[in-house]
Design a protein around this ligand. Structure first.
Ligand code: COA
Length: 438
């Protein structure tokens, strides 16, 4: 026991020493979201004059993403599975690129060698008595990257909350950089009347005892607010945030009716404020597992009454969901949306919900549309989609014909756009017309 203590000292280096092992042409995977190691990323960026063609593989970037800024493109090539504010422009301006992949399948890319990992830069907590560190706020693909990488560099940060479920032993780390730095916090989402009404519709679809998955943002938080009168809700979610803490403290989320992992909050990563981080730190009821487990539709589908709540940018009249592109520009990524739509589809009593405000761009654009934007990808297919919710109501698309879908979706569009949507031929009618004319 405690043999690890002798090797621990030998692995302790400065960030500059640790990052010195990265070579031009390497593929470097960064720990995800709030677990991105700021001290290591800064040391990597500081080497930009010495390095060329280093591929940086990442998903939700919560840091400033200096490696994706103009002037860095000869040194670093950003490759994202998901884009956010700091990385979207880099991809649009061809300083980086985007790899489509369901979140639940990212670990397979690393482990199978399709995307071999040279180096992973991650954060961990200080070790326990047995030499095991917690992954903190993100296990997701970080564990698979750590298990596949040639070099594993960890920023050991005592400020990182210690979560259960998954851990990494010091023996698996190549270099350790001891440095406490503040954990990135997510600002509380601002929501108004539209989101509040969407939340109220969602609440009518959620039975007592349901297990929930929800994303981040105004709609999930508004939905949680509307669930205050429910009983014994549970969490099996890609991620969760402060809204879940409030419902847990109110006794609404107990996890006691969950079919598997009874009594536990299960997620693959966490993002929120200090309130969330205090709640999850050393909390034996919070368990984080790799994303290929948490987002596996077969695991999700084992929960009775699994309800998934996700958002979108557009839904066409056949029910195809675009959650990631505006026109032909990549805005975000598919994330775990399809993983959970399919999981909820398998669950006894399960429901998947795509919730969208009826309009975008201050009411100028209808998000319920005749056809998706030219160049936009389908994130969730019409074959998978179940419920679509706007502030005007709920469209239940399962088992409906394309005509019935068009009618149900038009009925929940903003009233200003309904005539226009009714006046358009359905995509199937368009297709029939084109084929008849050929
Ligand atoms: N056409 C043009 N612009 C549009 C648009 C459309 N159809 N839909 C939205 N926009 C604009 C909005 O007006 C807004 O612009 P603004 O910031 O200037 O006001 C911007 O695009 C963002 O839209 P919004 O709906 O506020 O985005 P969001 O932050 O709520 O995120 C998704 C919505 C769909 C992008 C996000 O949920 C996502 O990436 N989902 C996919 C992944 C996923 O579902 N993961 C689930 C598990 S965590």
């Amino acid at each position: 026991m405690n043999q690890w203590r002798s090797t621990y000292r030998q692995k302790l280096v400065s960030a500059e020493q640790a990052l010195g092992s990265i070579k031009s042409g390497n593929r470097v995977v960064l720990g995800h979201a709030c677990s991105e190691p700021p001290v290591l990323v800064e040391a990597l960026v500081n080497r930009f004059t010495e390095l060329s063609n280093v591929e940086i593989v990442h998903m939700v970037a919560m840091g400033p993403a200096v490696f994706a800024r103009p002037g860095m493109e000869q040194s670093f090539r950003f490759n994202g599975f998901f884009l956010g504010a700091p990385t979207r422009k880099a991809v649009a301006e061809n300083r980086g690129t985007f790899t489509p992949c369901f979140f639940g399948e990212v670990p397979r890319l690393f482990k199978s060698g399709i995307l071999p990992v040279d180096v992973v830069l991650m954060q961990v907590t200080p070790p326990d008595e047995e030499g095991f560190c917690s992954y903190g706020l993100s296990v997701d693909y970080t564990q698979a990257a750590a298990e596949s990488a040639t070099i594993v560099v960890a920023q050991m940060n005592a400020k990182l909350p210690r979560t259960g479920g998954s851990k990494i032993h010091l023996d698996a780390l190549t270099w350790i950089v001891e440095r406490d730095s503040p954990i990135v916090e997510l600002p509380a989402p601002d929501f108004g009347e539209v989101e509040r009404r969407i939340g109220e519709h969602i609440a009518t679809l959620v039975p007592d005892g349901a297990t929930l998955q929800m994303g981040i943002g105004a709609i999930p938080d508004a939905a949680l607010l509307s669930l205050r009168d429910k009983k014994d809700l549970g969490i099996h979610s890609e991620m969760f945030s402060d809204g879940v803490v409030a419902l847990a403290e109110a006794g609404v989320i107990t996890n006691q009716a969950k079919t598997i992992h009874r009594g536990k909050f299960v997620a693959t990563f966490l993002m929120g404020s200090r309130k969330l981080y205090r709640f999850v730190d050393n909390n034996p009821d919070v368990e984080l597992y790799p994303v290929d487990y948490v987002n596996d539709p077969c695991v999700i589908g084992q929960h009775a009454n699994m309800i998934s709540i996700n958002s979108a940018l557009q839904v066409d009249l056949m029910g195809q969901v675009n959650a990631e592109m505006i026109g032909d520009v990549q805005f975000s990524g598919v994330g775990g949306q399809v993983d959970f739509v399919r999981g909820a589809g398998r669950s006894p009593g399960g429901k998947s919900i795509i919730a969208v405000p009826s309009t975008a761009a201050k009411g100028k654009i209808s998000r319920i549309c005749h056809q998706l934007d030219t160049g936009a990808a389908v994130s969730t297919s019409r074959n998978d989609v179940h419920y679509v919710v706007t502030e005007y109501g709920i469209a239940d698309l399962r088992g409906k014909t394309v005509r019935q879908r068009a009618a149900a979706l038009t009925a929940i569009a903003h009233p200003d756009f309904r005539d226009q949507l009714r006046g358009t031929r359905s995509p199937m009618e368009e297709h029939a017309l084109v084929t008849a004319n050929q």
